[in-house]
Design a binder for this molecule. Structure first.
Ligand code: NAI
Ligand code: OAA
Length: 363
């Protein structure tokens, strides 16, 4: 009888201890930064397994949330930091319950930015406002330029050697902004700054696959230039596997690829722009960057980067990724007359967008 009472009391004590460890952290709780419940003193977890440390800035947003989910599923990621100015406690608690390897930690608001960034190998930036119908990506400049500047100042201070993937629009200006911030801080390495244009390639592969009747996973379309309207230049003459198109098909495909973002903005009718396909594209690109860091050979992706492929200081083209980020920028290859004309138009608009970004930091 006495033994039974003692066992009961011990069980009750264990339950109380367990409950205290499992109590959810309130949003303002300082432990939110340490959101993994498995780090309490009674836990046996020894910390993160080997792998890369990745931060997502803007992690509670339309892109940020599904991107966080996909990065939590990536076996190359050992630590995943989720930073936003709102809602990270909920997103972090939710994602952290997935039984995949990465340890997830949440960070809320500017005072926690430095802790979010310290020690990161890769920082992905989808922070900022999205388009509504009738807007161009450049209309986002006034708000997003300042957001990207602040976040990049944090990167320069806390993880200057990290690879940086910029998603926030207008990419044609936000990548030059990031470069200027890093230059001012003395940390700029053009090999580690990459504008994410993967969604243009993802769309191009899908639409071309539909037209030629191939599984889109077997199609690879290089998309060069930039990430807005006519600066998005699909090279349909260089599609792999090699194929030919009628002039109607070329016009249809070029226009659909260039306006893919607007197609989604209009379909969402005021509720934002592409988020799910973008998260897929960003996760695919981040995975390529991580495989490069790991030392895998032959990883080639299109990206908007500092470049000498044209006379412009930045340009999207195929880049080979490796241990130091960008290891090689591949040449454009032979363009047909239609593509050469498109390139000239794209360069004019791109030059203005790049200059706008540079001037924003050096005004
Ligand atoms: N590169 C590309 O191919 C694409 C780029 N985008 C761009 O990505 C950006 C984000 O889009 P969505 O996720 O749909 O927008 P969203 O509004 O759903 O999410 C943005 C998130 O950023 C956060 N945020 C705002 N200021 C911040 C700051 N200072 N620090 C950290 N986080 C901050 C917001 O709180 C929000 O959670 C937009 O600029 C959009 O145009 C969108 C699709 C494709
Ligand atoms: O169109 C937008 O505003 C978002 C974006 O960059 C895209 O979907 O390509």
């Amino acid at each position: 009888m006495e033994q039974q009472q003692q066992q009961g009391a011990t069980a009750a004590r264990r339950m109380a201890t367990l409950a205290s460890h499992l109590r959810p952290h309130p949003a303002s709780h300082p432990q939110m930064e340490d959101a993994s419940l498995l780090t309490g003193s009674n836990c046996r977890a020894k910390g993160a397994a080997p792998g890369f440390k990745v931060a997502i800035l803007g992690a509670a947003g339309g892109i940020g949330q599904p991107l966080a989910l996909l990065m939590k599923m990536n076996p190359l990621v050992s630590v995943l930091h989720l930073y936003d100015v709102v809602n990270t406690p909920g997103v972090t608690a939710d994602i952290s319950h997935m039984n995949t390897g990465a340890v997830v930690r949440g960070f809320l608001g500017q005072p926690q930015l430095e802790n979010a960034l310290t020690g990161m190998d890769l920082v992905i930036i989808p922070a900022g406002v999205p388009r509504k119908p009738g807007m161009a990506r450049d209309d986002l400049f006034n708000i997003n330029a300042g957001i990207v500047r602040t976040l990049c100042e944090g990167i320069a201070k806390c993880c200057p050697n990290a690879i940086v993937n910029v998603i926030s629009n207008p990419v044609n200006s936000t990548v030059p902004i990031a470069a200027e911030v890093f230059k001012k801080a003395g940390t700029y390495d053009p090999k580690r700054l990459l504008g994410v244009t993967t969604l243009d390639v993802v769309r191009a592969n899908t639409f071309v696959g539909e037209v030629i009747g191939l599984d889109p996973r077997e199609v690879n379309v290089p998309v060069v230039g930039g990430h807005a309207g006519i600066t998005i230049l699909p090279l349909l003459s260089q599609v792999n596997p090699s194929c030919s198109f009628t002039s109607e098909e070329i016009k249809y495909l070029t226009s659909r690829i260039q306006n893919g973002g607007t197609e989604v903005v209009e379909a969402k009718a005021g509720a934002g722009s592409a988020t799910l396909s973008m998260a897929y594209a960003a996760a695919k690109f981040a995975d390529a960057c991580l495989r490069g860091l790991r030392g895998d050979a032959g990883i080639v992706e299109c990206s908007f980067v500092a470049s000498q492929v044209t006379e412009l200081p930045f340009f999207a083209s195929k880049v080979r990724l490796g241990r130091s980020g960008i290891e090689e920028i591949l040449p454009l290859g032979p363009l047909n007359e239609f593509e050469r004309a498109g390139l000239e138009k794209a360069k004019k608009e791109l030059a203005e967008s790049i200059q706008k970004g540079v001037s924003f930091i050096n005004k």
